[in-house]
Design a protein around this ligand. Structure first.
Ligand code: NAP
Length: 316
């Protein structure tokens, strides 16, 4: 099969289109013929070796954790899927090696689900990783309830484009941050208030809206944005980070809770997300499509930190 492969950590120059053996699904796995793979920032971080201490990486290595496509083969013991069925998956496995910037990927059947019937492959590929991250953060960890308030950083990003509508669906008041040019987009996702973090102090702006602080802050941006976010959470509230490590001492000092979330593959939750998409609650984000062979360029755009919605690699 064709795949964008790296043989060593590096920049754009490390990636090349290569012929590699098509994976064979093991027991309990399905083989997915990938039609679209969306880009996530973690992928350029892995390519550059920045996460090598966290993830066992093996070469040759195919990047990519999101896929939408069709079932091409079933491993021993797999039931409940049919050849040709349209599916989606968050394709992270323990070893980082056989990703989704490729024509095929083999995945445990439990991490795969039928994709929403009303989406194209490109649209569907944008949701698994970002949608599961939002779901697990807002609901599994924060147990967000109607009437609560949440500050979602980077409302226009891949995760924000899922978290804003999911939090709204849960009945929360949603405050999001984005540059002014993205405000209409973030409002269209369902945000009640949008703060321009580039021209306003997001802590003061959030406190102006929620004087006691918010029930939950979603730390989708790290560094100083995360460290300053402790100040927007009300006593007893929760700061969820998906970027940097959390500071438990600082949380205790402020009488708030803090939790780092690392998204897990979950086929059952993908089924729930598919139901929300088919029911019109959740929509795919804004998309820029690029061919698979432009994966390196796509990662450079992701690295800029200002993609609105998602970049999708189309696999012909
Ligand atoms: N732990 C996990 O399991 C997990 C899972 C998913 C993602 N992540 C991490 O979470 C982060 C977000 O992921 P993503 O896919 O949403 O990234 P993304 O799509 O690349 O985010 C891009 C967005 O970030 C916004 N942005 C940039 N700087 C900002 C700032 N200072 N304040 C507010 N918004 C800002 C940009 O909006 P503007 O153009 O308006 O600035 C842009 O729309 C990444 O670091 C990713 O690696 C972790």
């Amino acid at each position: 099969m064709k795949a964008m492969v790296i043989n060593a950590f590096g920049g754009a120059e490390a990636m090349s289109m290569t012929e590699v053996a098509t994976p064979v699904p093991g027991p309990g796995e399905v083989l997915i013929r990938i039609r679209a793979a969306s880009i996530n920032p973690v992928e350029w971080k892995i390519r550059e070796g920045g996460l090598a201490r966290l993830f066992p990486c093996k070469f040759p290595l195919i990047l990519g954790w999101d896929a939408a496509g069709t079932i091409a083969a079933l491993g021993d013991g797999v039931t409940g899927f049919a050849i040709g069925e349209r599916v989606w998956s968050f394709c992270r496995k323990t070893d980082i090696q056989w990703g989704t910037y490729a024509e095929y990927v083999a995945m445990p059947a439990g991490s795969v689900a039928p994709m929403p019937t009303n989406l194209s492959f490109a649209e569907a590929s944008t949701i698994p990783l970002a949608g599961l991250t939002a779901w697990q953060s807002l609901f599994d960890v924060a147990a967000l309830r109607p009437g609560q308030s949440v500050l979602i950083h980077a409302g226009a990003g891949g995760v924000g484009s899922m978290a804003v509508p999911l939090a709204k669906w849960a009945g929360a008041t949603v405050i999001a941050t984005a540059r002014t040019e993205n405000h209409d987009y973030v409002r269209s996702l369902g945000a009640d208030h949008v703060i321009d973090y580039a021209t306003a102090d997001f802590v003061a702006a959030t406190k102006a809206l929620c004087p006691e602080g918010v029930d939950m802050a979603f730390g989708t941006v790290g560094g100083e944005v995360l460290t300053r976010s402790y100040a927007v959470v009300k006593p007893g509230g929760l700061l969820v980070s998906i970027t940097d490590k959390t500071d438990k001492a600082e949380a205790e000092r402020r009488n708030i809770r803090v939790k780092y979330v690392f998204v897990q593959p979950n086929g059952q939750q993908l089924r729930r997300l598919a139901g929300l998409v088919e029911g019109g609650t959740l929509h795919p984000p804004e998309i820029v499509e690029m061919p698979l062979h432009q994966a390196a360029e796509a990662l450079e755009r992701s690295k800029s930190g200002h993609v609105r919605g998602k970049i999708v690699l189309i696999v012909d």
